[in-house]
Design a protein around this ligand. Sequence first.
Ligand code: GUN
Length: 281
Amino acid sequence: MATRIDGKALAAKVKARAAEEAKGLARKPGLAVILVGDDPASRVYVTGKEKDCAECGFLSFEHKLPAETAQVELLQLIEQLNGDEDVDGILVQLPLPEQLNEEQVLNAIAPEKDVDCFHPFNVGRLVIGDPVFLPCTPAGVMEMLKEYDIPVQGKQCVVLGRSNIVGKPMGTLLMQADGTVTTCHSRTPNLAKYTREADILVSAVGRVGLVTADMVKEGAAVIDVAMNRNAEGKLCGDVDFAAVEPKAAYITPVPGGVGPMTRAMLMQNILTAAKRHQGMD
Ligand code: GUN
């Protein structure tokens, strides 16, 4: 039976550490959050991030814009926040409404305030092994592996999904930790051929029931990044948890696994940004 990786408990530890360190700063770390439109899931995520900021003793400044906001207005706001001394980190909640150009928006955020690590400059620095910030979700996964003494070096790591937010940077961090990484995606035939070889399996696809027990190697560490709703409307990941749990050595639950860790790593990035901004790092 697998050990359940407790993301909630580890996230609390990471946040407590950030809160303690923030006390030593002259000014409280500040996060500006931009939320465009009324997507209910985005609203929940933003509220969660603001709650985490409060818990860590950080300030959060919410900028709620109507769904019909024009590109130029959003860019102007980002420009203003780039120059705001009280703002250490800027986060534009995704997805954006259709009329907005996401790439241009993310490009407009000053790299030193890009606590999501989405700016191409920061992505490039990450890939060459000289990161400005670590991407929150993949960094949260790495933190979990470390906490539970799950070795990566020399291990077969299989990542399902190739998104810019999770799949690509996840593969990068696992490779930098000396894992042998295979990235699978929607055009990969015979997914099970790869997943069955995985010592560490990270699924970030967003499909209920994608990872079944027969796809998992005995004793693997199974990390479920997805946040789906099943037919009954219950939150669940990509992994058939009940069937995989007896076979894996480690498994993350959904909810209570990767999600809280993503938010905790965001707090860590805000602290890092604030320390640099105040000349403390
Ligand atoms: N939408 C879904 N995940 C994320 C995230 O990590 N950051 C931002 N800004 N938007 C998201």
